[in-house]
Design a protein around this ligand. Structure first.
Ligand SMILES: Cc1cc2nc3c(=O)[nH]c(=O)nc-3n(C[C@H](O)[C@H](O)[C@H](O)COP(=O)(O)OP(=O)(O)OC[C@H]3O[C@@H](n4cnc5c(N)ncnc54)[C@H](O)[C@@H]3O)c2cc1C
Length: 400
């Protein structure tokens, strides 16, 4: 179910396994995806997919208030290439890997689990029967069951691709996080923080996005828009032309689904968004092959496994104990970050990017083995300023 990045990544692998796949989605798999996806270039290089990047920046920096000084601004140099996908090419490349499989344009309304198969009913009245169903219909799926664990924090962002009266970022530069607060009033400083994610797209156009890492309730688009405008006008910059506006809202701390349910899931629906960074696409590409292989094995076993047995084995592969533990650590980290005020958050990130590149990159992309992740978190604690340490221990109560 689905035709977003998760569905296409996994379908390609299921087809590769020689399985008989029926794909259902409300929209065609070639209907352009609404989001622009960014990624560290090395994540794609490790999969030999770097040619799918439309833009690639070598000059990748963040502003936290300290670092190398240049032209009055202080920045942290990430020394690691970052890229933006060409969404159309990415979508097409994944679709082509599905080897001619055609999607039924259907909206799933109901799923009934039976002993040896599953009945899927669609709003058109059409019904489909499958040995196992995989829900890749995104974060807000009503079908995947998960525990209720308090408020869901969401990443919210408002962005503009356009032309500006003066460059909002330096030429050929990508800014991961600009946390400089100079444009904020005292009252705004006490509100949940946001930062600028920005890049030079060439030909005089830029993408600038005011982003809140995670907040419950999420920051409103109106607030983010007004913060973006005041950030720009503080620098004497105004927007001359808007080509595209991006409204971004997705959950960061969705609890892991129950792993004994008869419905499998993949992508946003399976809580695969990284709770600390919000990234998903690299994980989808890395984790789809093992899940597809496991499903193929389960389906071909004799005597036949029940739907529920196939799904349970799939869940175990998708969320193996190591990945579950890492996810818990990331959740713990995010919980702490959400209690930080603006100045503590800036100090935290400044410290975070002082870690060796391998460590911060591995943390943000969820590619560090569990023992290393522990060590990195301890190392981060040991090098952090005293106040940040208190915050990491949960000893600073934010009265916001
Ligand atoms: C604006 C924005 C920017 C983002 N940027 C990045 C980024 O730069 N990098 C990154 O890694 N992540 C990013 N994310 C986070 C995450 O990668 C995306 O949310 C991603 O699109 C989730 O992929 P998905 O395939 O799980 O779900 P979706 O992309 O939401 O796709 C869901 C699919 O399911 C279909 N569907 C839904 N309901 C049904 C139904 N009942 N029956 C049949 N079909 C159904 C839909 O038509 C759609 O095809 C961003 C998210 C947003 C919102």
């Amino acid at each position: 179910m689905g035709a977003g990045p998760a569905a296409l990544c996994l379908t390609a692998e299921l087809v590769e396994q020689g399985l008989d796949v029926k794909a259902l989605a409300s929209k065609s798999p070639l209907h352009p995806w609404p989001n622009t996806y960014g990624i560290w270039a090395s994540e794609l290089e490790s999969l030999n997919m770097q040619s799918l990047l439309k833009y690639r920046w070598k000059d990748t920096v963040s502003f936290f208030g300290n670092g190398v000084e240049t032209q009055g601004d202080k920045y942290t140099n990430h020394c690691l290439d970052y890229g933006l996908f060409n969404s159309i090419d990415f979508q097409k490349a994944l679709y082509e890997r599905c080897n001619g499989l055609s999607w039924e344009i259907e909206t799933v309304e109901k799923i009934d689990f039976r002993e040896t198969d599953t009945l899927v009913s669609c709003s058109s009245g059409e019904k489909y029967i499958a040995r196992v169903v995989i829900d890749a219909s995104g974060h807000s799926t009503p079908f995947v069951r998960r525990p209720v664990q308090g408020a869901i924090a969401k990443q919210a962002a408002y962005g503009v691709v356009g032309k500006f009266s003066a460059p909002p970022v330096d030429k050929d530069r990508f800014v991961l996080m600009d946390f400089r607060p100079d444009h904020l009033t005292k009252k705004e400083l006490s509100q949940p923080p946001s930062f600028l994610y920005a890049m030079d797209l060439g030909d005089g156009s830029y993408f600038v996005e005011e982003t809140s890492l995670a907040c419950a309730p999420p920051l409103s688009f109106d607030l983010l828009k007004s913060r973006l405008n005041s950030r720009l006008s503080h620098k004497g910059i105004h927007i001359n032309e808007i080509f595209h506006e991006e409204y971004c809202l997705f959950p960061m701390n969705l609890p892991l689904p129950y792993r004994d349910q008869p419905l499998l899931a993949f992508g946003g629906s399976a809580s695969m968004v990284h709770p600390a960074s919000g990234y998903l696409v690299g994980s989808l590409l890395r984790r789809a092959p093992a899940l597809a292989e496991d499903i193929a094995k389960s389906i071909n076993l004799t005597p036949l496994l029940s739907t529920s047995q196939i799904a349970k084995r799939g869940w175990k592969t998708l969320w193996n104990p190591e990945l579950v533990q890492r996810h818990r650590l990331y959740h713990f980290g995010l919980q702490r970050l959400m209690s930080f005020d603006e100045s503590l958050l800036r100090n935290f990130f400044e410290t975070f990017f002082k870690l060796p590149r391998y460590d911060w990159y591995g943390y943000l992309t969820n590619t560090l083995p569990l023992p290393r992740l522990f060590i990195v978190m301890l190392k981060l604690f040991s090098i952090a300023p005293f106040k940040v340490r208190l915050g990491m221990m949960g000893l600073i109560i934010n009265k916001r």
